[in-house]
Write a protein that binds this ligand. Structure first.
Ligand SMILES: C[S@@+](CC[C@H](N)C(=O)[O-])C[C@H]1O[C@@H](n2cnc3c(N)ncnc32)[C@H](O)[C@@H]1O
Length: 231
């Protein structure tokens, strides 16, 4: 018997497979599109994530988690670009993409030649989206829905985390996790567009990129996004 999280991710995968096969176009649809700042990677993204979410909730008859995986977040785009432009960071290594959303950064790590890639996200729909997106880009990514934040990053040589400082509760758990992973010997890279809860005094900037953003509720089409690591 499948554990509940694996069952939820398997059900979400069936649902998303139906969604991407459904005919029709419109704001409430998913489309397989090149990622604006990382066109080497194509993702199943919502034309409008809020509208897609509303339709799915209406069909389900109950609340669903916000579909963060249906947008390419600025932090993830910068981090994926950084890995593709510096493949030696991931090549031959065991990579963990924390809070993976669509799996963009995980897929970039795989394209850069990582030995293994694990994408982790507690949203079963994100786990399903990672599976679909990895398939669309012909790479192997292992997707898991366990909550890893109380651990150390297990066996990863490289931990990557795009746009994880978006709220206080998440930031309070993520920073100690990333610091433990670094103390255990992993390289750690974060992509962040200057979010309110970014612990800037605990991170050093390695690079920054002008990223076109397709996120909901962002009024500018370009954001400066930093790639950072714990000091
Ligand atoms: C803003 S999105 C970023 C997604 C992706 N990294 C990117 O840059 O496109 C944040 C993600 O964190 C995930 N998340 C929230 N709490 C988490 C946790 N405890 N462990 C793993 N992922 C988590 C959410 O489900 C969501 O997909």
């Amino acid at each position: 018997m499948l554990a509940p999280m694996r069952r939820a991710a398997a059900d979400a995968l069936t649902e998303l497979e139906r969604e991407i096969d459904a005919p029709g176009a419109g704001l409430d649809r998913l489309r397989l599109v090149p990622t604006p700042f990382v066109p080497e990677v194509r993702l199943h993204l919502a034309e409008d994530a809020i509208v897609w979410w509303a339709r799915m909730e209406a069909a389900a008859g109950h609340a669903l988690p916000a579909p963060y995986w249906a947008s390419a977040w600025a932090g993830g785009q910068a981090l994926a670009r950084h890995l593709l432009d510096h493949p030696e960071l991931a090549a031959g290594r065991r990579v963990l993409d924390l809070a993976a959303g669509s799996g963009l950064v995980a897929i970039a790590a795989a394209l850069a030649g990582a030995a293994t890639v694990t994408a982790n996200d507690i949203d079963p729909y994100a786990v399903a989206a990672v599976t679909l997106n990895a398939r669309a880009n012909r790479v192997t990514v292992d997707a898991t829905a366990d909550d890893l934040l109380d651990g150390t990053g297990a066996d990863a040589d490289l931990v990557v985390a795009g746009d994880v400082f978006y709220d206080r509760a998440m930031a309070d758990r993520v920073l100690p996790f990333l610091e433990r992973a670094a103390a255990a010997g992993a390289d750690v890279l974060v992509g962040d567009p200057g979010r309110e809860h970014l612990p800037a005094n605990r991170l050093a900037v390695l690079a920054d990129y002008p990223v076109p953003t397709t996120e909901p509720a962002v009024d500018s089409s370009l954001r400066r996004v930093q790639v950072l690591r714990p000091v």
